[in-house]
Write a protein that binds this ligand. Structure first.
Ligand code: 5GP
Ligand code: SF4
Ligand code: MG
Length: 456
């Protein structure tokens, strides 16, 4: 998911809308904005992309100089209108809205307990647990109560919250998901955003990352930073750098595009190939393929062209024996690939089904050899912290050796990045990141059992 917050701008909702546009890659299932005007909150939410949900009419119903917004990609709760965010409530302390990026690992237990106590849930989202907890903790200050509510929660959360007078941002103690603070150049107001690419579009300058475990309260009095949680050490999601974040963003001080290029350079060193061309699987493999080409001296070519206009409602003709799946999105160019030995670069292999289809597309376009290199290590475990990976039984690298995966996807060779090389590329020594889906080292207890190494 992607989240935005704006405080202190006469067109807060419109700016939030711009920010959500920049974060559309983080979720396309639904979009929503809650704005605040003179102590009242207004809400507009809907299914689909930002452009499907918001027009002049909807923005016009969101007055005020403060707002939060959310684009959703579901990891908990189905993709239906009821589950759109921001979650918005009226309770004894007034109105409150929250947008959540992440996933709570103990939401089911908390929900069972709360329901036994009489709570009535309106959605299937883990995020709703937070507002039920918030309604129960004592105290007057929302920031303090929010921190107390979050003490009971385990998992990944970057939150933006709006009350009648304040914008609150929180990053969980491990900082799995990013969250940044920016300053609006024209009004001097403040912005919270999942990624810096949103600040660029909103006309805000980057101030700093919200730190893991930090709760920041923005009001007319200014900014107040709190550290309500016991420090546990940063575990930022390394997959944000490989795939999820936009390449033009800077996450925790690291430029994503540059990190991806360095991963590609490392792949060229780890998996050098006798080949004629380096071809990315667009868009996710582009920066790594550039790095591979640079380091290997092989020419970079767009042998696969992506159609950017494929909607979710593509109607498959009932013609037998034709699977349009990947072909609708990607076309392989025989004029580039015919007779060539190709190094194909993609960000990750999850189920392996897409990768197998892409390899066969490239071969059908005349490639003589296809060498697949991957800018993630083998994906061997599911994510419980906000990325929607299928369960272990469907992860090809959890069920098969690398050699078996190579055969299944039909490549002449297959090479993954190593964890060591990955960390060198993202500029760290492996400390301070989560890499559980590659290493089985789960930083927080998972519903499947902590560090489920024994399941292999
Ligand atoms: P596979 O070969 O596993 O079927 O598909 C791999 C492709 O899925 C890669 O190109 C990668 O870009 C994409 N991918 C990786 N992670 C995710 C994810 O969390 N969501 C979506 N929609 N695609 C992903
Ligand atoms: Fe990121 Fe993987 Fe950790 Fe999930 S398990 S937070 S995708 S590194
Ligand atoms: Mg891809």
């Amino acid at each position: 998911c992607g989240v935005i917050g704006v405080f202190g701008h006469p067109e807060a909702a419109n700016l939030t809308y711009l920010g959500l546009y920049a974060l559309q890659h983080r979720g396309q299932e639904s979009a929503g904005i809650v704005s605040g005007d003179q102590g009242k909150l207004y809400v507009q939410r809907g299914m689909g992309r930002v452009a499907d949900v918001f027009g002049l009419e909807q923005i016009g119903k969101l007055p005020g100089d403060q707002a939060i917004g959310h684009v959703r990609y579901s990891t908990a709760g189905g993709s239906v209108l009821r589950n759109t965010q921001p979650v918005f409530i009226n309770y004894r302390h007034g109105a409150f809205a929250v947008g959540h990026n992440g996933n709570l690992v103990n939401a089911a237990e908390l929900r069972t307990r709360l329901e036994r106590e009489g709570a009535i849930f309106h959605t299937d989202m883990d995020t709703e647990v937070v507002v039920h907890l918030l309604a129960r903790v004592p105290g007057d200050d929302t920031g303090t109560r929010l921190a107390a509510a979050l003490q009971q929660v385990s998992g990944a959360y970057s939150l933006v919250c709006l009350t009648e007078s304040r914008l609150i941002g929180v990053r969980d103690p491990m900082g799995f998901r990013p969250l940044v603070l920016g300053r609006l150049i024209d009004s001097g107001g403040f912005v919270l955003a999942s990624e810096t690419c949103a600040l660029d579009l909103m006309g805000a300058e980057f101030v700093r990352d919200i730190e893991p475990g930090e709760l920041i309260v923005i009001s007319k009095e200014g900014i107040e930073s709190r550290k309500p949680f016991a420090p546990v050490g940063r575990r930022m999601c390394v997959f944000e750098y490989i795939y999820f974040a936009r390449p033009d963003s800077v996450l925790d001080g690291v430029h994503v595009y540059s990190a991806r290029k360095r991963i590609g350079q490392a792949l060229a060193r780890l998996h050098p190939r006798e080949a004629d061309l380096v071809v990315p699987v667009p868009d996710s493999g582009v920066a790594a393929a550039m790095g591979y080409a640079e380091a290997s001296g092989l020419p970079f070519e767009l042998g696969l062209i992506r159609n950017h206009y494929v909607g979710r409602t593509f109607i498959q003709p009932a013609q037998r024996g034709r699977d349009f799946g990947v072909k609708v999105k990607l076309n392989a160019q025989p004029n580039i690939l015919r007779g060539k030995r190709v190094v194909l670069v993609d960000d990750s292999i999850v189920r392996g089904t897409t990768s197998a289809k892409i390899v066969s597309l490239v071969r059908a376009a005349g490639a003589r050899e296809v060498h697949f290199v991957v800018s993630a290590p083998p994906t061997t475990g599911p994510c419980y912290y906000g990325i929607d990976t299928p369960d272990r039984s469907q992860l090809i690298a959890a069920q098969h050796t690398i050699e078996e995966v190579r055969k299944i996807i039909g490549a002449d060779s297959l090479g993954y990045i190593s964890l060591e090389a990955l960390y060198e590329a993202v500029g760290g020594c492996g400390q301070g990141f989560c890499d559980a889906c590659f290493s089985d080292d789960y930083p927080l207890p998972t519903p499947e059992g902590h560090g489920s190494r024994q399941l292999h």
